[in-house]
Design a binder for this molecule. Structure first.
Ligand SMILES: Nc1ncnc2c1ncn2[C@@H]1O[C@H](COP(=O)(O)OP(=O)(O)OP(=O)(O)O)[C@@H](O)[C@H]1O
Ligand SMILES: [Mg+2]
Length: 343
C-alpha cells in the first residue's frame, strides 16, 4: 500500500519496498495544491484534488490502487482512557459506554476505534487510546480517493502516522519522553510521546498559512510573492529585511500555543519532563522557528528525518523530494509503514 498524506497545501505519497531485509522508499512524490481546495481539513473540491492525486501517482510511478491515508484537525478526537481489565468480548462494549463520556459527537455519527496501549495488572487497569472521526470526514476523503481510482484501505490519523515514522526511524527507548511537532500549512499536530506510546496528542489550528498571510498583509504582497518571501526564495525582493520581524511575530504566537500544550501536559497525571523536540511539516523550515523553540524550552530541537533508516529513492525526481523536503514526507512515510505488519 502507498501512504498518501493529503494536506491543505500539498499532497505527498510514499511507497516502500523491502529489499534484503531493509526498507527502501521505492517511490515518492510531492505536489503543491492550489489554495482553498482543502479548507478546515475537509476536501472542498474533490474533483480537482482527485485529479492531482491521480497525477501524483502517475508521476511518482506508483501503480497500486490501495493506500493508507490520514485525517487530522477538528472532527478527529484522540483520547487516552483507562478501563478496568475486561475480556476481549466485553471490552468493545465497555469502550462504547466510555466513549459517550469523551466524544463530543453523537456516536452514530463517528467511526470509533481503539488500541490497548498497556495493561497495568497491579491496578487492574487497561490504558486505551480512543480514536473517533466524524463519518462525514472519512467519506469526504474516501470519495475524493475513489474519484482518483484509489481505495483507502486504512484511514489513519496524522499525529499517529508521525509517531509510526518516529518509531521506525529512531527506535526510542521505553522511557524516552519527546514532543513530536508537525507544522503544516493549517494544522499543528502536537504529540507528546513516551517510548512509542502517545501521552498527549493535540491538534491546533495554526500553520504556515499564518506566516504567508502576515507577510501579505504587512507588505501588501500577493499570495505568491509572500510564499516565496517566506521560503527565502525571493532573493532579489526589496522586502528581505522586513520579512524576519514579521515571521518572528507569527513564530511567537505558535511557540505560545506549544507552551500552553506543554503546560497542560505537565499539569496532567502523566506529566514528565520532555527531553527533546522533533520537528516535521513544511513550516518547520520557517527561518528562526527551530531556534525560537530551542530558546523558549531550553530543549534540543531536531528535524525528524523520515529516511534515517529507510533508503532514499534512487529515481531522480523522487530523490529530489526526499532530499529537499524530508520534513514534509514524514506523515506519508509513517502511513506507508503500515503496509508491513511485522516491523
Ligand atoms: N522552505 C520553507 N520555508 C518555510 N515554509 C515552508 C518551506 N517549505 C514549505 N513551507 C510551508 O510549509 C507548508 C506546507 O507543509 P506541509 O506539506 O507539511 O503542509 P500540509 O500537510 O499541506 O498542511 P496541513 O497538514 O496543515 O493541512 C506551507 O505552508 C508552505 O508554505
Ligand atoms: Mg500535513
Amino acid at each position: 500500500m502507498a501512504g498518501l498524506d493529503i494536506g491543505s497545501s500539498s499532497i505527498k505519497v510514499v511507497e516502500l519496498k523491502r529489499s534484503r531485509g531493509a526498507l527502501e522508499a521505492a517511490h515518492c512524490g510531492l505536489e503543491d495544491l492550489p489554495r482553498d481546495l482543502v479548507v478546515d481539513s475537509m476536501i472542498a473540491d474533490a474533483g480537482t484534488v482527485s485529479t492531482a492525486i491521480a497525477r501524483l501517482f502517475a508521476t511518482a510511478g506508483i501503480k497500486t490502487r490501495d493506500l493508507v491515508t490520514a485525517v487530522s484537525g477538528h472532527s478527529v478526537i484522540l483520547k487516552k482512557i483507562t478501563l478496568p481489565i475486561a475480556s476481549d468480548q466485553a471490552l468493545p462494549e465497555a469502550i462504547q459506554r466510555e466513549a459517550t463520556l469523551h466524544i463530543p459527537f453523537d456516536l452514530a455519527d463517528v467511526n470509533l476505534d481503539y488500541q490497548v496501549l498497556s495493561e497495568q495488572r497491579e491496578r487492574g487497569q487497561l490504558e486505551i487510546l480512543l480514536v473517533a472521526v466524524k463519518k462525514d470526514k472519512i467519506l469526504n476523503y474516501t470519495q475524493a480517493l475513489s474519484l482518483a481510482g484509489k481505495n483507502a484501505a486504512v484511514v489513519d490519523i496524522d499525529s499517529l502516522a508521525l509517531l509510526n515514522c518516529y518509531e521506525y526511524n529512531y527506535a526510542p527507548g521505553a522511557e524516552d519522553v519527546v514532543a513530536l511537532l508537525n507544522l503544516g500549512a493549517s494544522i499543528l499536530n502536537i504529540n507528546i510521546v513516551k517510548g512509542i506510546c502517545p501521552l498527549f496528542p493535540r491538534d491546533v489550528s495554526m500553520g504556515g498559512h499564518q506566516y504567508t498571510e502576515a507577510l501579505q498583509r504587512e507588505l501588501e504582497l500577493s499570495y505568491e510573492e509572500a510564499e516565496a518571501l517566506k521560503r527565502g526564495s525571493a532573493a532579489d525582493s526589496p522586502h528581505r529585511d522586513a520579512r524576519l520581524p514579521i515571521l518572528k511575530q507569527v513564530t511567537e504566537s505558535i511557540v505560545l500555543e506549544i507552551q500552553k500544550t506543554f503546560d497542560f501536559f505537565r499539569a496532567s497525571a502523566e506529566g514528565e519532563p520532555i527531553a527533546k523536540i522533533y520537528l516535521a511539516g513544511g513550516s518547520s523550515r520557517v527561518d528562526g522557528l527551530a531556534e525560537a523553540l530551542q530558546e523558549e524550552f531550553s530543549l534540543p530541537v531536531e528535524f525528524l528525518d523520515p529516511f534515517l533508516k529507510i533508503s532514499r529513492p534512487s529515481q531522480a525526481d523522487a530523490a529530489e523530494v526526499a532530499q529537499h523536503h524530508p520534513e514534509q514526507m514524514a506523515v506519508a512515510v509513517g502511513l506507508a509503514l503500515r503496509s508491513f505488519n511485522d516491523l
